[in-house]
Structure formats: structure tokens, C-alpha cells
Ligand binder design. Structure first.
Ligand code: ADP
Length: 852
């Protein structure tokens, strides 16, 4: 048969003169270029294909002759074009219901394809036909959609199933791009998906993908598509095998599952048995901001916290390998905020009847709040421990049953013991034996009732073995059900406080003993008000507690008017020096009677606005003094009269004796007159003192020539005392108004003392100097001198200096008292300067021309 198709014919195919010959050939001839474009088809071919010559020329064989196209033909043409070797094939043309014998011969432009209607081949190559039929039957019998495509994606063959779906004829699709067929052309995305798969498969790769096709208007099918390249012996891709498995039912089930999953509050995902995560709920996508496609496989790692990734992946892989449920905690990033939240990831494997894992269904539960609470608890526990260790107190924790499980370092530092020593009730050995019973009783009571407790007890210091006082407190900690989970205890060292308390108590006792003293009256003053007073003071003054409480006790009002000035002075002293020198005064009692008192006082240290005064009832002493004064006054009066009588009688007798020239007897009597004068002076002084005391000393008002008076006094003294020379210095004609005799008494007294207290000296000086307003008289001696501490006291009544040499000199301590009183009455002052062993100078200053 091959000989009936001579090579010359092939050459003629491109030669116009031979065209007629080719037209008359009894078999169909189609000449193709290298791209399978028809260059020429003879009359027989035109008839077989069913188009006009004109239509066929220039069109691609696969598109213009779908009746003839099969995979076998395609393979043969492609192979001949590539190898430039002639070859023959036989195949069944379903549309023609005929077997064709095809001879493909390479020519310079491409190939010449000769189609012979084959009647014998059935006989000759029955086996081959049988196999072709089987291929066709197989193709038709499988429920999958199957198509054979050129590497460019043109349909070479297709089984009936998809044709039926779309209700199209095979020839309508064979030779056309598969992407343009009714199944795919409805949607650009679907087309693009197919074209990508064709391109990948043409590169030698098997491609799997899921797609949705539309065989007819309003009817969609979900397919799991596999595109497998068929390779020739040289591993060139000859054609592509497309299979589409109907997964519509599964997809629907999945969609339903998704709807269910999306309705769940948790984030849900599903995984394949091999661990590939294949779907996520909408809530998961919403949270992570990722699409299902992005997150599939291990894409979910992108929103997993970097620190968790390795761990989580390992746990998941282990779950998948062992087929066990999966559970872990991890942080997932929020798509919008970028913040991570903690999730509990759980997945259960779904198994079939044979216990084969079909799928994993997983959930992600937001546990951020719980985690945070856990973290806070952890932190608070850390804080608590730090706190317990830094606290100045001893801290312990006990179990609900009472045994101690923790002591802070301070306890061990204090007891010098180890935790081992504390096992059981080991801590008890440090508790003072006297405190055991009540401490344990309180502890037992607390365990039974769950009440907190507080007790003061003593614990032994390990180093010194001494006990210190502690304030021990214990508090139960309860869980949310109210159950006691722990006891927290503290022991605060109150030893110093205890000691202070003890000292305070003792001092309070002393104060209250003082306050309750029946001898000393005590008052607390605030301004002029007496705000507190002891019973003794109230008893002394006749006031009551009620008077005190109602503020009716005011020391100004209670002070006798003549003591007001002295009292105010004492209070000024108190304010400036914080204490007052005790002074005498009189209170006016509630009943109006007078109470002589001795008062001293201090400022209260912590209340500077408050003073405390101590009041001694002076009435007994005052009464005694009064009696003494009365006695002196009385005695001096009583003595004066007989003494005056004695003096006059003596003078009279002496004068008579002199008259009768009884000189011896007169001289003896004259000797009596001296002591009598001395006695008279003493009694006069006593009387003066009594009068001063009673405020009844009388003074004359006369103009006194002071200079003359001083000379007069000095002269008299010189006549009486020959042991000393009176030196009178200074002349100042000055006069003043006063009592001449009393002023004379002042200087007589000063000169008398100067002589008396300078036994070894030869002179006594008196110095007069006058100033504009005043006159100053100094009386100076070179005698014993007066010790400093006694200088102020010598002007007091009956005071005499204490030294043995002074004591040896007779005197009663009245002279200077009277002198000071007279000077004071004349508006003057008297001061003394002295040095022991060297002498003294008394200075009297008097105002001149003083009008009384
Ligand atoms: P008396 O009678 O004791 O002299 P006075 O009142 O005159 O009493 O004096 C009081 C005291 O002052 C004396 O006892 C004496 O100790 C002291 N005194 C007075 N004048 C002098 C003096 N010139 N020199 C030393 N001591 C003096």
C-alpha cells in the first residue's frame, strides 16, 4: 500500500502543474507546514473533512478537521515533524465510524499526510483495533472527565461525560483551546487557572488543582483536576492528559462544614491527615487578616509568634505522627493591630471505622486574659517573696493545718537556725516557755474558727539567748470558695516599744504620785487659764474640779493685786528661760481669803504653750514670820520705854553726881551710857524694821543739803571711831527733798559698816559727785570684802554674811535692809562692788531736787 503512495506525489504537493494529478488521487492528502497549518488538501481530503479547499488552506489541522483529529494522528504528525522520518499509524475515527490508515511523510515544508480508508486493517491488525476500542471504552466508562490536550492546550480528544454535561458534540470542541470550551470560558479566573496548569504541565510537571467549571448555564461542577504530561521516549511532552474528578458533593459538604465552623465562637481550622492545614474559619481569617490560601500548609506560621514557632510546629508534627490529639498554647498575631494574644490550640483527629485519621478539626481559644492573670499571679508571687524578704518583720507561711512551710531570712537571722530546725513545730523551741500556752491556745482557736489573731509574745535570739518581745499576727488566705489555703504571719519586734512603754508607765506613775502629793499643789497653765490642777491645789484654794472643767480658774484673777506685778514678772521669766525662780505670793481663794504660797514653774517640754507650776502652801511659815515680826515689834516697844527711862535716869543721876563733885561715881555711870546708847540704837533699828514690815515707817519732807549732811555724818563718825580716818572727797553743792535724819541714817550705817568690816584698815573714803539729775555717794573701805554670791542677799532682812571673820563681828543684819528701804523711798538705788580681802564700795544714787 505504501508503494501506491509514491514519493513523487509528495514532491508534487507543492508543485502547481501536478495539482491535477493530486486532485485525482483516490485517497485524501493533506499537506501541513511545521506548525500543522494546512498548506494543501486534495479533493478527497476536502470531502472527508467536509469543508471547502479555500476554507481549509491556512487553517490549523487540529482546528479545521476535528473529524479526523485524534491523539494518534496528532502524535504521528508531531513525531514526523520532529524526526523528519516517515511513519504510519492506524486509528479509529469515532465521528466517521471508520478506521483510517495514515501515512505521514516529511517534506521540505512540513509533512504530507495521506489518509486511506482501511477495510483490511481490521482483519490485518485486529489486535491493534481491539486495543484502540478498549482505550475508547475505557475512556467512556470512567466517570471522570477526561481530555487529551496538545501542549498548547488544544483539545485532541475528550470522553463523552463532559460532552454530555455540556450537551455539545465532540467535533465542536476537538481542535479548539480547552480554555475556550463551555466548561471553562464562563469565568476568566477559571480560564487563567487552567492555562496556568497547561503551561506547567507542558513543562513536564503533573499539576493538581481544584476548580469550578460551568458545563451549562446555571450548573456548576467542582472538579479535582489533574493535568499529567505524556512524555515520549526522548522525554518530550507529546500531549497532556486532563482528568477532572467530580468533587461537588465533597465541596458542598465542606461548605456546610465551613458554615458550621464559621458559626463557632472559636477560631477553627481543619487539617489533613498528613498535617497539611487546609482550611480556616472566617473568624480565623478575620483575626489574623490572612486568607485561607495564605495560611494553608504552614502559612499559619506567619501569624505565630516567632518565639513559639519551633515549639508549636514540633508539637503539631508529633500529634500528626502519633495520631494523638493536639494541644498547645501559642501567641497569634492580630492582623490589624499586630499585637499578639495567647490562644489554646486544640485539635482532635476524626477517624473512620478502621480508625484511620480522616481529618483534624482544630480550635483556637483566646486565653489572653487567663494568661495575663496567670502572669500577674506569677509576678505577684515574685513580688510577694521579694516583699517578704525585704520586710523588716519576720514573715512565715503556714499550711491550712497549721504547720509552717516558709520563714523569711529574717527569722533565720534572728534564731540562727536552719529550716531543718523548723520542721514540725520546731519554731516552738524559740518561743518563751511562759508564752507557750496562750500562744498555742490562740493558734488552735484560729485554726478552728479561721479567725485572724494577734498576740504579744517573746522569741529567743539565737546569738545571745535573750528573749525579745514581738507582736505576732496571723491572717488566713482563702480561695474563691472561701476555703483557707494558707496562713500568712508576721512577727514585729516591739521590744524597744515595750521598754519605752514600761519606762513611760513608770514615769507616769511617778508623775501621778507627784500629782497626787498632798504637799505640793500642781497646776497646768495655758495663758492665764489653769487647765489642770491636782487635788492638793484645789483643796488649798477651795476650788472644785467642776470650776476647773468649766474654765473658772484664772491665775491672774486668783493672784492678790499686790503680787500681780511680781507674778507677771515670774511668767515673763518662765517664757524666756523656760523656768521661774520660786517666789512668794498670795492667792485669793474661792472664799476670798488669802493664801500665802511659794510658787515655782517650768514650761512643759512638748507643749510650749503650757506651763506647769508647783505651789507650796506658805501660810504656816508666813504665820510664824508674822508672829516673829509681831514679837519683834512688841519687844522693841516694850524694851524702848524702860530703856528710855533707864537712859534718862542715868543721865539725871550722873548730872547730880557731877554737881556734887562725885566724879568717880559720875564717870562710872558715864560708862553705862555707851552700851545704853548701843542698846537704844539696836532697839530703834528693830522698831524701824517692824515699821518697814508693816509699811508704817514715816518720812519727813524737807530740803536737805546733802554735802553738809555728809560732812556732819563723817565728822560724827570720826569723833566716835578713832581707829580709821574718814576721808571725804568731792564737793558738790546739792540739795534734795527728803528726810534728813533718815538720809543721815543711811550714810551713818554705811560708814559704820565700812569701819566695822575693815578691822585692819586705816581709812574709809566717802566720795560725792553730782550730775545733772542725780547725785552719787560712794562709801569705800579696804576691808574683808563680800563674796559674790552673797552680794544681793546682804540687803535682805536679818541677813548676815556667812564667813567666819564676818560672823566674829557683832551685828543683827538689819542695817542694810533699812538703808535700802530708805534709799528706795527717796527714789534712789544702792549697789555694791566688792572683792574678798580687798574691800567693798557701796554706791548710792539719789535724784536731785526730788519733789516728794
Ligand atoms: P550687820 O549688823 O550684820 O552689820 P548689816 O545689814 O549692816 O548688818 O549688814 C549686813 C551684812 O553685810 C553684814 O553682816 C556683813 O556681813 C555685810 N557687810 C555690810 N557692810 C559690809 C562691808 N563694808 N564690808 C564687808 N561686809 C559688809
Amino acid at each position: 500500500m505504501c508503494t501506491e503512495k509514491p514519493a513523487a506525489c509528495v514532491a508534487l504537493a507543492s508543485s502547481c502543474p501536478s495539482m491535477h494529478l493530486l486532485e485525482t488521487l483516490p485517497y485524501a492528502l493533506i499537506v501541513l507546514d511545521k506548525t500543522a497549518t494546512i498548506l494543501y488538501a486534495n479533493a478527497k481530503a476536502t470531502t472527508m473533512v467536509g469543508g471547502s479547499k479555500h476554507e481549509l488552506a491556512g487553517s490549523v489541522l487540529w482546528q479545521s478537521a476535528p473529524h479526523l483529529v485524534t491523539t494518534t494522528l496528532y502524535q504521528a504528525v508531531i513525531t514526523a515533524l520532529r524526526t523528519c522520518q516517515p511513519l504510519e499509524v492506524e486509528y479509529h475515527v469515532p465521528d466517521l465510524q471508520a478506521w483510517l490508515h495514515v501515512h505521514v511523510s516529511p517534506i521540505s515544508e512540513g509533512v504530507a499526510v495521506f489518509f486511506f480508508e482501511d477495510t483490511q486493517s481490521m482483519r490485518l491488525q485486529g489486535a491493534l483495533r481491539q486495543s484502540e476500542r478498549k482505550y475508547e471504552d475505557l475512556l467512556e466508562s470512567i466517570s471522570d472527565r477526561v481530555a487529551i490536550l496538545t501542549p498548547d492546550g488544544l483539545v485532541l480528544d475528550i470522553n463523552q461525560r463532559p460532552l454530555r454535561d455540556a450537551q455539545v458534540q465532540r467535533e465542536e470542541v476537538v481542535g479548539t483551546p480547552f480554555a475556550e470550551t463551555p466548561w471553562w470560558s464562563y469565568d476568566r479566573a477559571a480560564q487563567a487557572q487552567l492555562c496556568r496548569a497547561v503551561a506547567q504541565a507542558s513543562g513536564g510537571e503533573t499539576v493538581h488543582f481544584e476548580a469550578r467549571i460551568r458545563p451549562q448555564e446555571g450548573w456548576y461542577l467542582d472538579l479535582a483536576v489533574t493535568m499529567t504530561p505524556h512524555l515520549d521516549a526522548n522525554r518530550h511532552v507529546e500531549y497532556l492528559i486532563y482528568t477532572g474528578l467530580d468533587i461537588t458533593a465533597r465541596k458542598r459538604a465542606e461548605a456546610e462544614t465551613h458554615a458550621l465552623i464559621d458559626a463557632l465562637p472559636q477560631l477553627v481550622w481543619t487539617g489533613r491527615p498528613d498535617g497539611y492545614i487546609d482550611s480556616y474559619s472566617q473568624s480565623w481569617c478575620d483575626y489574623t487578616g490572612m486568607t485561607i490560601q495564605q495560611a494553608q500548609g504552614e502559612g499559619w506560621m506567619l501569624c505565630t509568634h516567632p518565639d513559639d514557632q519551633q515549639r508549636v510546629l514540633a508539637v503539631w508534627q508529633h500529634a500528626v505522627q502519633t495520631g494523638r490529639p493536639y494541644e498547645t498554647e501559642q501567641r497569634l498575631r492580630h492582623g490589624t493591630t499586630g499585637a499578639y494574644r495567647w490562644f489554646l490550640m486544640q485539635a482532635m483527629p476524626l477517624r473512620d471505622a478502621q480508625s484511620t485519621v480522616l481529618k483534624y478539626v482544630g480550635t483556637c481559644t483566646d486565653i489572653e486574659d487567663r494568661k495575663r492573670a496567670e502572669q500577674q499571679l506569677k509576678e505577684s508571687e515574685v513580688h510577694w517573696h521579694v516583699l517578704a524578704e525585704t520586710m523588716p518583720q519576720i514573715v512565715w507561711i503556714g499550711e491550712p493545718g497549721g504547720s509552717k512551710e516558709y520563714f523569711n531570712q529574717r527569722w533565720f537571722d534572728y534564731t540562727h537556725a536552719t529550716f531543718e530546725h523548723m520542721r514540725g513545730a520546731g519554731w516552738l523551741q524559740f518561743l518563751h516557755p511562759d508564752d507557750h500556752e496562750r500562744t498555742l491556745a490562740l493558734g488552735r482557736h484560729a485554726l478552728v474558727t479561721g479567725e485572724p489573731y494577734e498576740i504579744e509574745n517573746r522569741f529567743k535570739e539565737g546569738k545571745t539567748g535573750t528573749y525579745r518581745w514581738f507582736l505576732s499576727r496571723a491572717l488566713p488566705m482563702r480561695d474563691e470558695t472561701g476555703q483557707i489555703v494558707k496562713w500568712f504571719g508576721t512577727c514585729t519586734d516591739i521590744d524597744n516599744q515595750k521598754r519605752v512603754e514600761e519606762a513611760l508607765r513608770e514615769s507616769q506613775e511617778r508623775v501621778s504620785a507627784l500629782m497626787n502629793s498632798s504637799i505640793i499643789g500642781i497646776t497646768v497653765l495655758e495663758g492665764e487659764q489653769i487647765v489642770d490642777a491636782n487635788d492638793t491645789f484645789l483643796r488649798m484654794t477651795g476650788y472644785t474640779h467642776e470650776d476647773l472643767r468649766t474654765g473658772r480658774m484664772n491665775w491672774m484673777c486668783m493672784t492678790a493685786p499686790e503680787y500681780l506685778a511680781r507674778t507677771q514678772q515670774a511668767h515673763r521669766e518662765l517664757a524666756t528661760q523656760q523656768s521661774m525662780t520660786p517666789y512668794e505670793k498670795e492667792y485669793v481663794c474661792k472664799d476670798g481669803s488669802r493664801l500665802p504660797v511659794l510658787v515655782g514653774g517650768v514650761v512643759l517640754q512638748h507643749h510650749s504653750c503650757q506651763n506647769i507650776t508647783f505651789v507650796l502652801d506658805n501660810s504656816a511659815r508666813k504665820e510664824l514670820e508674822q508672829r516673829k515680826d509681831d514679837f519683834i515689834s512688841m519687844a522693841s516697844h516694850e524694851l524702848r520705854n524702860p530703856l528710855t527711862a533707864l537712859k534718862m535716869q542715868t543721865q539725871l543721876v550722873r548730872k547730880r553726881l557731877e554737881k556734887h563733885s562725885q566724879h568717880e561715881a559720875a564717870t562710872a555711870l558715864a560708862r553705862v551710857e555707851g552700851p545704853v546708847k548701843q542698846l537704844e540704837r539696836l532697839i530703834r533699828e528693830l522698831l524701824d524694821v517692824s515699821k518697814i514690815q508693816a509699811g508704817r515707817l514715816e518720812y519727813l519732807q524737807e530740803t536737805v543739803d546733802l554735802e553738809a549732811l555728809l560732812h556732819e555724818v563723817a565728822d560724827t563718825m570720826q569723833q566716835l571711831h578713832t581707829t580709821h580716818t574718814m576721808v571725804m572727797r568731792g564737793t558738790a553743792p546739792c540739795s534734795l527733798v527728803g528726810d534728813k535724819d533718815r538720809l543721815g541714817q543711811v550714810f551713818t550705817n554705811l560708814l559704820s559698816n565700812a569701819i566695822k568690816y575693815s578691822p585692819g584698815a586705816e581709812t574709809v573714803e566717802m566720795d560725792l559727785s553730782a550730775f545733772a539729775e542725780t547725785v552719787t555717794i560712794r562709801v569705800q573701805d579696804h576691808g574683808l570684802g563680800i563674796p559674790r554670791e552673797q552680794r544681793d542677799k546682804i540687803f535682805e532682812r536679818f541677813y548676815r554674811a556667812a564667813g567666819p571673820r564676818q560672823r566674829a563681828i557683832p551685828g543683827l543684819g538689819m542695817g542694810l535692809y533699812i538703808v535700802a528701804e530708805i534709799v528706795k523711798h527717796h527714789g534712789g538705788t544702792i549697789t555694791v562692788e566688792s572683792e574678798v580681802g580687798k574691800g567693798s564700795t557701796f554706791t548710792v544714787t539719789l535724784p536731785m531736787r526730788r519733789e516728794a
